[in-house]
Write a protein that binds this ligand. Structure first.
Ligand SMILES: [Zn+2]
Length: 273
């Protein structure tokens, strides 16, 4: 995996003319030296390696048929109304107590069952699960991974992963150890999204979930709950990242009237996906 991934980076570095394109989602001019096919291929490789690494740790993958079907329905409904409905989307369920979800480029997403664990989880209903997934789908359609790679992000990441690992190493908690290991691993293969990327995924994701007929209030509930839990070390990656959770909730609140209008429209439309 690493060799292949380094291949991508060196090809990118050799492409001295980086390409400036208009982001189909935001209409902003962005730098991305990769083709969308690169996103798809990179995402497949990252997911195949993540599945192999997790399986080695004894994690069950896609075994809970009911949960997998539920996730697939949410993904289908949201991607249908997204800016890139035709990407080969795929969601993988990792059955372990990590409170996290992640997006690899090109349509690959991972969800950990810890996300909706009754006590330590953060997601309490299907609308909230849809909010998390819509956020991850927005990272995919906004192509945040290859944009970050274009900016030359990966090296900083290894350091970040290593420091989080060092912090949590002493804790006698199997899920924590696995989660820390996962973060180190993910840090090696995926760049960390910037604060701006996270805000963009929040706002784009909010509109996606609303258009797909999920109640956008759920997105605000999640960040408020995360803010109330404070610096809980069990809330990894997406829940501990950059814009503070309460700031995320208030930014989303500003967009809520627009999202609610879309939600009402989607509910009134019987042909919604
Ligand atoms: Zn994110």
């Amino acid at each position: 995996m690493k060799a292949r991934w380094l291949g991508f980076v060196s090809i990118a570095l050799l492409a001295l003319v980086s390409c400036s394109t208009v982001d189909p989602v935001t209409g902003k001019r962005v730098q991305n030296m990769y083709l969308i096919q690169d996103d798809v291929q990179m995402g497949r490789e990252v997911m195949a390696d993540t599945v192999a690494a997790m399986r080695k740790e004894g994690v069950r993958i896609n075994k809970d048929a009911e949960q997998v079907a539920k996730l697939q329905t949410i993904v289908r409904r949201i991607t249908t109304v997204s800016h890139m409905p035709d990407l080969p989307y795929q969601v993988t369920l990792f059955e372990t107590n990590i409170v996290n979800a992640f997006a690899a480029p090109g349509g690959q997403m991972g969800v950990f069952t810890g996300l909706y664990h009754p006590e330590m989880g953060l997601v309490k209903d299907d609308d909230e699960l849809a909010a998390v997934i819509a956020h991850e789908i927005a990272h995919v359609t906004c192509r945040h991974t290859t944009e970050a790679l274009t900016r030359g992000m990966p090296l900083q990441l290894v350091l970040l992963g290593a420091s989080i690992y060092a912090e949590s190493k002493g804790k006698q908690d199997l899920a924590m150890g696995l989660a820390a290991g996962f973060l180190v691993y993910q840090g090696l293969v995926l760049p960390k999204f910037s604060r701006a990327d996270e805000s963009e995924a929040d706002s784009v994701g909010l509109m996606y979930m609303a258009k797909a007929g999920y109640d956008p209030n759920a997105a605000i509930r999640i960040w408020e709950r995360a803010a109330a839990r404070g610096k809980d070390p069990k809330l990894f990656a997406m829940f501990s990242s950059h814009p503070t959770d309460s700031a995320r909730a208030s930014a989303l609140r500003k967009l809520l009237p627009k999202a609610l209008a879309e939600y009402e429209r989607a509910r009134d439309n019987p042909s919604r996906p």
